[in-house]
Design a protein around this ligand. Structure first.
Ligand code: PEP
Ligand code: MG
Length: 567
């Protein structure tokens, strides 16, 4: 058994698919038997074609013919006579198959990537995939395609990047195990949104578990069992069915208002990453969207999405949520969210670098495209704009000035928008927490980003397992900061929400009620459970517990007190 971080609840039983990004480096050699070298290439090529055809067949069954057709380009580039000829003649001139394949596909890659036409440029990615596939086979390396895994797969990866998660098909993936990341890493957040049990930060798991192994992922306790016994399998099948029935019991909270034990209403909304997630928000009975991480829209594209493309995405969410509030956070790029086509400079300390609202304000024309798209979408629902990683008032003022410019442009273009659109800010830095009273005077709402706030307050990177013991919402320093932010917002009469993962922490909910949090924004699957726990506490009970907790001096004491009181 291996231990890791319990990142997404539930139990997954299935077959491991270890996806190691293959190291495709090689030292060119001079083959002595050129015919045999050409045969090696021919075999690797055939294997690639067979695998791709099988993938196409699987995708046709799971995602439909149209999506599967995308893979046809891989076959075309693999079978292309011109490329095959180039590779064979390079081998004839004394090159090893690896080098011949590499050079031939690199040439096509460069050619396509420099083309004017976007459609042709996109083919460059296909060429790169074909090269990876054939080269990996020649080097005896395995490439796993996360988009077309067989049913009941347990994905085992070093790190699950946001772009990899986009490939995951929930129907086929029973569990996720990674070697890196904590509860608030983006892998964890996405695993929870997909309701896939996940255990993160399991040391060297890609080396210890082999593709084909039977594996149990206990996402609730953070355990992984490789090659389980029959008794373990029976035990976990029972746990999985109990988990499913507990989930079913929460159904009685569907369609109800979110109220504390004494009937005070709070808002319970969802965090989403793309427009389609709005369906999950509605399905899980969210009362709106408290955080739409717009950066995923940018990460999923190969170039900056245009105003119309962004407008369509934001409008889709606004329409789907009817007139419920929808808070859309402007581009939060940088840190662990890389967008290759923005060509951000490498920095020694990217988490404290040129990112999020800093990047956007410095690229005002680009930012105005997003702000304009948001304003246009505001004519179709209750859209609010939220700024990420604010540290000083000037940032809010500059962003507001840009919004005003965009409004003028829209007036000239005769396009409708909500002139009273609310503009708020994430409070996710100690600086913002310390000046929350000033910010509250110029912001329409706050949303506390505990994921970053904990990290910056404790100087502990959320993805670094060696400092995970410090990255803890129960740390007195963090609790004091939360209290201060919520009080500042309450005093100025603006809505204070929380969209960090702590909003769904069952232990913390009474403390947040006591502090006066107005809005809880959680992953869609956590909606009903959060509603149940909020309803289990009256304000007086929450106050009594919080008063006790705020006198405690260590995170362990705080957690123990909250655990003892948990409902
Ligand atoms: C946060 O920091 O709490 C937050 C919600 O933003 P993200 O997790 O996207 O950084
Ligand atoms: Mg953040």
């Amino acid at each position: 058994m291996f231990e890791g971080i319990n990142a997404s609840d539930g139990y997954g039983i299935g077959v491991a698919q270890v996806a190691v990004a293959p190291d495709l480096s090689f030292t060119p050699t001079a083959p002595t038997d050129l015919a045999a070298e050409k045969e090696r290439y021919a075999q690797a090529l055939q294997k690639f074609i067979d695998q791709t055809n099988a993938q196409i067949e699987r995708m046709t069954r799971t995602v439909g013919k149209e999506s599967a057709a995308i893979m046809g380009a891989h076959i075309e580039f693999a079978e292309d006579d011109g490329i095959k000829e180039t590779i064979n003649s390079s081998i004839d001139s004394g090159m090893c198959a690896e080098q011949a394949v590499s050079e031939a596909y690199d040439m096509y890659f460069n050619m396509f990537s420099n083309m004017e036409d976007e459609l042709f440029r996109e083919r460059a990615a296909d060429v790169a995939d074909v090269k990876t596939g054939i080269l990996a086979d020649l080097l005896g390396k395995e490439v796993v395609d996360l988009s077309s895994l067989p049913e009941h797969s347990i994905v085992v990866v070093h790190e699950l990047t946001p772009s990899m998660t986009a490939d995951i098909d929930k129907k086929n993936v029973a569990g996720i195990i990674t070697e890196t990341g904590g509860r608030t890493s983006h892998s964890a957040i996405i695993a929870r949104a997909l309701e896939i049990p996940a255990v993160l930060s399991v040391k060297d798991v890609t080396k210890t578990i082999k593709t084909g192994d039977m594996v149990i992922v206990d996402g609730s306790r953070g355990r992984v069992i490789d090659d389980p016994s029959d008794a373990e399998l029976t035990k976990y099948r029972t746990k999985a069915s109990v988990f499913a029935s507990e989930k079913a019991a929460l159904e009685s909270y569907r369609g109800k208002d979110t109220v504390t034990g004494d009937g005070d209403k709070v808002l319970l909304v969802a965090n989403i990453g793309n427009p389609d997630d709005a369906n999950a928000a509605v399905e899980h009975d969210a009362e709106g969207v408290g955080l739409f991480r717009s950066e995923f829209l940018f990460m999923d594209a190969s170039e900056l999405p245009s105003e119309d493309q962004q407008f369509a995405a934001y409008q889709k969410v606004a329409l789907r949520m009817k007139n419920q509030p929808v808070i859309i956070r402007t581009l939060d790029v940088g840190g662990d969210k890389n967008i290759p086509y923005l060509h951000l400079q490498k920095e020694d300390n990217p988490f404290m670098g040129f990112r999020a609202v800093r990047y956007c304000l410095n690229n005002a024309d680009q930012y105005k495209v997003q702000l304009t798209a948001l304003l246009r979408a505001s004519a179709f629902g209750d859209i609010k704009i939220m700024l990420p990683l604010v540290t000083c008032l000037d940032e809010v003022r500059q962003a507001r000035a840009l919004v005003a410019e965009c409004m003028e442009d829209l007036d000239q273009r005769g396009i409708a928008y909500n002139k009273d659109i609310e503009i708020g800010t994430m409070i996710e830095t100690p600086a913002a927490s310390l000046i929350a009273d000033n910010l509250a005077e110029e912001c329409d709402f706050f949303s506390i980003g505990t994921n970053d706030l904990i990290g910056y307050t404790m100087c502990a990177d959320r993805g670094n397992d060696r400092v995970a013991y410090l990255y803890d919402v129960y740390q007195p320093a963090v609790l004091r900061s939360l209290k201060r932010i919520i009080s500042a917002g309450n005093e100025k009469g603006i809505m204070v929400g929380m969209c960090g993962e702590a909003a769904a922490d069952p232990l913390l909910i009474p403390v947040l009620i006591s502090f006066g949090l107005n809005e809880f924004s959680v992953n869609p699957p956590s909606i009903l459970r959060t509603r149940r726990i909020i309803s289990a506490w009256t304000k007086a009970e929450a106050d009594a517990l919080t008063e006790k907790v705020m006198c405690l001096k260590t995170a362990a004491e705080v957690k123990a007190a909250l655990q003892a009181a948990a409902r």
